[in-house]
Design a binder for this molecule. Structure first.
Ligand code: SF4
Ligand code: SF4
Length: 407
């Protein structure tokens, strides 16, 4: 069982304090190694095979196919909103004199594959070790070509699945950083201790990749409940490895941010206050430091939508999202300055639309790919494809890939 380390709050100066933390982490990593060095994949496969939610999703997928399943899910959300007397998201925005249009594209987000060493219950992309879809070299090269042709892009944001386990991950990181772009790795932390990934931290340091990592709580019970047995301890080990390499330390230039999402059908708490709590808990209990915490709402799609529906809570959750609609979130929505590309090269306004197969609104094609445009700058001014799930981004303080969209 994971033991909590003593209180690290000391009155020594910052340098000494940092040295103390380093030593404590070193010791802790050694202690943990025997428990965290095995791959998580067999445990995740077992979970996929035995967990009722995963079994139902697999059965439905087999019976209905992905397209019908997505349509059925959409109908359920629409029905819930009809029962509440809520119009479409677009009409709802129009009634408030708002709309969603693409501004200058600054972020190229690549979902490079659905393979993951974990199989989290609320995963909005339904990843697991069973998913084998991965981006090809041809698509990856085209994304780099578009990067060259689209100077407005400042950031390449790599997601998955576990992006690091994808064949094109290191190619994309190397090419994008060579072009002086900020590169984000959306890391699940447990990948850092997967066998075969021993050199991953060094690779990330070398390219100064910014890590944005999921950690839905600072307690073992809550993390393992949402993300699977053994995930918390492996995540803590991963964070310690990153800290030892300089990630999260002031002045290192190695950014480490964490992501919180609620464990059920409720909205995240205020971001700054939760960040302070995380910093205290992780520092006091494990000697872990990080830069910022981002809070994300759970989107009512895929596994989370199924979970709510089976519990008869989908309408209640949609009601919560609509009641907490916040007009101030709209300007900061990620779909306005981001293009999301799937492993197969198809383009979307955001990763959620990607999972719902809602392609971008390009007149020449209903499911445009990276081969249909010459530059991502062509997309400026395009209307964003919105639907009922978008209420998940505009509730409370807002929700985007970089957390709340309002202060
Ligand atoms: S780690 Fe992320 S991508 Fe993998 S199953 Fe969990 S939520 Fe999905
Ligand atoms: S889900 Fe969110 S980010 Fe995606 S199109 Fe809707 S509002 Fe925009």
């Amino acid at each position: 069982m994971f033991s909590v380390t003593p209180d690290f709050n000391t009155d020594v100066n910052v340098h000494e304090h940092t040295m103390v933390l380093r030593k404590v982490r070193e010791k802790k990593i050694e202690e943990m190694k025997s428990r965290t060095s095995a791959s998580l994949i067999p445990e995740s496969m077992k979970h996929v095979e035995e967990d009722e939610e995963h079994k139902t999703t697999a059965r439905n997928l087999k019976e209905l196919g992905q397209q019908r399943l997505t349509m059925e899910e959409r109908k359920k959300r629409r029905r819930a909103l009809d029962n509440l007397g809520i119009p479409s998201f677009e009409k709802f925005l129009a009634d408030k004199n708002a709309s969603l249009k693409k501004r200058e594209i600054e972020i190229l987000q690549l979902n490079i594959g659905l393979y993951c060493n974990q199989a989290c219950n609320h995963c909005h992309v339904e990843s697991s070790p069973r998913r084998k879809e991965m981006m090809s070299k041809e698509v990856a090269q085209r994304c780099i070509e578009l990067l060259d042709k689209s100077p407005s892009i400042k950031t390449v944001d790599l997601t998955g699945g576990a992006p690091e386990l994808n064949d094109q991950f290191r190619y994309l990181v190397s090419e994008a950083t060579a072009r002086k772009k900020e590169v984000i790795d959306r890391c699940n932390l447990t990948v850092l201790t997967e066998p075969g990934q021993e050199d991953l931290v060094d690779f990330l340091v070398k390219h100064k990749v910014r890590i944005i990592a999921s950690l839905p709580c600072y307690s073992l019970k809550n993390v393992d409940t949402q993300r699977g047995s053994g995930v918390f301890e492996k995540s803590i080990h991963g964070l310690m490895k990153l800290n030892q390499a300089g990630y999260g330390a002031d002045g290192s230039g190695l950014m480490l941010d964490l992501i919180y999402n609620p464990l059920g059908g409720f909205l995240p708490p205020e971001q700054k206050a939760l960040e302070a709590k995380y910093k205290t808990e992780l520092s006091n209990n494990f000697g872990i430091v990080f830069n910022s915490l981002f809070t994300l709402s759970n989107m009512p799609i895929k596994r989370f939508a199924d979970f709510l529906y089976r519990r008869g809570e989908l309408q209640e959750y949609m009601d919560l999202l609509v009641r907490n609609f916040n007009l101030a979130t709209v300007d900061g929505l990620m779909c306005t300055n981001l293009v999301s590309v799937g492993y197969d090269g198809k383009m979307y306004d955001c990763d959620f639309n990607q999972q719902l197969a809602l392609g971008m609104n390009l007149t020449k094609s209903s499911s445009p790919t990276v081969f249909d445009v010459q530059s991502l700058e062509e997309l400026k001014g395009l209307a964003v494809v919105a639907d009922s799930h978008c209420f998940g981004c505009t509730a409370g303080n807002g929700s985007s890939c970089q957390g709340a969209t309002t202060a």
